[in-house]
Design a protein around this ligand. Structure first.
Ligand SMILES: Cc1ncc(COP(=O)(O)O)c(C=O)c1O
Length: 398
């Protein structure tokens, strides 16, 4: 056994989160794609089966009340809240991240002071946020200004209405300064909207602590909600009374069953709802959140950093010189929970890695992405992934 293999074993033995892996359906594959689709918690299929057979099959329409279907969006929002540092009553679950970006951004322009006509958008944003921001800007008479997150403080001005940023960059894994940037945006009188897709469940977000205005995120990555599981929208309590959704559907009405022609919004985060919730996905997500019971996000963050440090060390030790370069920052304060390696022939390399049982993914043209989900990835996984990568890159077997 090599030094690094021995270290991996010792780190796994000392890891207080290691037993959580047993809560998931996993196999001998090294699964480093939880930043795209989280693994399945073992108990979820039985819960989904119960929803199908008992709640839908037997109770049918009664389940909207008796099985708690109607209130699921805000109830599950309250389960996500502690993971992202929010007090209860500020998060509602439903729709996709894309749809929530639209709701949040248009609502942000309506919260901003009159006469402001610019929306700053992370220049390296995940594409959907950029597309939706452009359309929202056209609809509301704003101009999009693409800005690298670090340059936002210099770009803010009396014309800035809202700023849309990613907490962790999906490609490079760079963690942006949410506390500092939020403070700068608010000091300029603008509204800060954060996309938490790549940070929620992987590191502390501190939405309330840092005074974030609005935020959105998906639940199928580090929250393990399942393919296409619904996203969420955070509306800070201080904005709820003035939050004016561009999609004011009947389920966010103050009295939905009054069926009145005029719209009158409900109080609280419920205002972010639109139409009938997608109950099957939503209840699968609710069940999957059970794995968080008793798990602190600080412990998750500590393990995530230790895992990515160790993986980078193993890559450095094993990989042939010059074949891969990390584009993920070395500094902990700038690193999310993934490692992105630039590699000229990334596409065939990732295909071969997957064939050899190490599943990461690819961002064209030349980025290999490896996501580390601390709830179920261990140090031996990190070591094996780096070793197999080195073999695929042409190093002699370690
Ligand atoms: C940062 C970011 N924002 C938005 C999305 C898109 O979310 P959805 O497809 O749920 O609308 C993704 C998807 O991976 C993402 O990574």
């Amino acid at each position: 056994m090599s030094d690094l293999q021995e270290r991996a074993q010792a780190l796994d033995t000392a890891d207080a989160l290691a037993p959580l892996r047993e809560l998931f359906t996993l196999d001998d594959t090294v699964y480093l794609d939880g930043n795209s689709l989280g693994a399945l918690p073992r108990h979820v299929p039985a819960r989904v089966q119960e929803v199908l057979t008992r709640e839908w099959g037997e109770l049918r329409i009664r389940s909207w009340g008796e099985s708690g279907w109607w209130t699921a969006p805000e109830r599950i929002g309250d389960r996500i809240a502690p993971i992202v540092g929010a007090a209860a009553g500020q998060i509602v679950v439903g729709d996709s991240t894309s749809v929530n970006v639209f709701k949040a951004l248009v609502a942000a322009t309506r919260l901003a002071p009159e006469g402001r006509d610019e929306i700053l958008v992370d220049a390296h944003t995940f594409p959907t946020d950029g597309y939706i921001a452009s359309s929202a800007a056209r609809m509301t008479g704003h101009r999009i200004v693409p800005v690298a997150p670090a340059d936002v403080p210099d770009a803010l001005g009396p014309r800035t209405a809202a700023v849309l940023l990613n907490h962790v960059d999906y490609r490079s894994g760079r963690l942006h300064d949410l506390p500092g940037l939020t403070a700068a945006v608010r000091a300029a009188g603008a509204v800060a909207v954060w996309d938490l897709c790549h940070s929620a469940g992987a590191l502390p977000v501190g939405l309330d602590e840092h005074g974030v205005d609005l935020a959105v995120g998906c639940t199928y990555k580090y929250l393990n909600g399942g393919p296409g599981s619904p996203a969420y929208l955070y509306v800070a309590e201080r904005h709820q009374a003035a939050f004016d959704s561009p999609l004011p559907g009947w389920t966010s009405h103050a009295d939905p069953f009054a069926m009145t022609p005029g719209y009158s919004p409900a109080d609280g985060a419920v205002r972010g709802r639109v139409g009938t919730p997608d109950i099957l996905s939503m209840l699968a997500l609710e069940a999957s959140l059970d794995v968080w019971d008793g798990v602190g996000i600080d412990a998750v963050r500590a393990k995530s950093l230790a895992l990515t440090d160790f993986f980078l060390e193993c890559v450095q030790a094993y990989a042939p010189e010059g074949r891969v370069t990390s584009v993920t920052p070395a500094a902990h304060r700038e690193r999310g929970s993934q490692v992105a390696l630039r590699c000229e022939d990334a596409e065939p390399v990732m295909a071969e890695l997957i064939a050899r049982g190490v599943v990461g993914d690819l961002r064209r043209p030349d980025v290999l992405r490896f996501g580390f989900t601390p709830l179920y990835v261990g140090f031996a996984d990190a070591e094996r992934a780096a070793r197999v990568l080195a073999e695929v890159l042409g190093a002699p077997a370690a």
